[in-house]
Design a binder for this molecule. Structure first.
Ligand SMILES: [Zn+2]
Length: 236
């Protein structure tokens, strides 16, 4: 299935299934949200994932879920952009630092009303998938894995930057779903994110999501991970 330019789609992957996000037609960045398909309260936690793995994810890294669950939701098993590493400016791909583009920041800084930021695309897609009101769907949208996006922090002042993504048609990132997943992917209005977000100016392309269901995961030893073993009493 295809996430159209400046829009988002949802998809479901059973635990043990494989899903792949691929570049087609042209360089394009995607914003990915993940939920436990059976409980939307368990969702991707960028901050903890960043603390455990670093600012950018690649093969072997896992996407961790929110408290009180804190378990791997998905593990990256293949990344065709792993050759990029970190460039001379400190930039790398697939970040968990840049949140998602949203209409609120544009309105704050420039007074704009733009409706196809990733935040809005993800909100519409989730509302459609679950047949719920936009306002409710919006409360479930969270910070993303910035698939294919090239970002970093400037070495001298530590400020966030983005630059043109090295992704080209044929590149992909592939995951195993550790639990039953509901995913949403937005094809960012920033395109390859070399210039601006939050407008229709950038060249923008679709992103392909492919799902491969496997019965027992990657090997006979694979098991869906349990939720956190903390007893939840918080000292009381
Ligand atoms: Zn975006």
């Amino acid at each position: 299935m295809l996430a159209p330019p400046r829009d988002a789609i949802t998809f479901r992957v059973p635990a043990g299934g494989i899903f792949r996000i691929a570049s087609v037609e042209g360089p394009q960045v995607g914003d990915l949200n993940l939920w436990n398909a059976n409980d939307l309260a368990e969702r991707f936690y960028t901050g903890k994932t960043r603390a455990l793995h670093g600012t950018h994810l690649t093969t072997g890294h896992r996407m961790w879920s929110s408290f009180p669950y804190l378990r791997p939701m998905a593990t990256i098993i293949k990344d065709t952009l792993d050759w990029y590493g970190f460039d001379e400016y400190g930039g790398s791909v697939h970040d968990v630092i840049g949140t998602r583009c949203d209409p609120y920041t544009g309105n704050l800084l420039r007074g704009t009303q733009y409706h196809h930021c990733c935040h809005s695309n993800l909100t519409r897609a989730l509302a459609r998938e679950l047949d719920i009101e936009l306002k409710e769907a919006e409360t479930h949208v969270h910070d993303v894995l910035n698939v294919f996006m090239c970002t970093g922090f400037t070495r001298d002042t530590g400020q966030y930057f983005m630059k043109a993504s090295p992704v080209r048609p044929g590149d992909y990132i592939e995951f195993i779903a550790e639990i039953d997943l509901l995913g949403a992917l937005s094809a960012c209005p920033g395109g390859d994110c070399s210039s601006e977000h939050s407008s229709d100016v950038a060249a923008c392309y679709p992103l392909k999501v492919e799902i491969y269901e496997t019965k027992h995961g990657l090997s006979g030893t694979w098991r869906s991970p349990p939720v956190s073993g903390y007893d939840g009493s918080h000292g009381l």
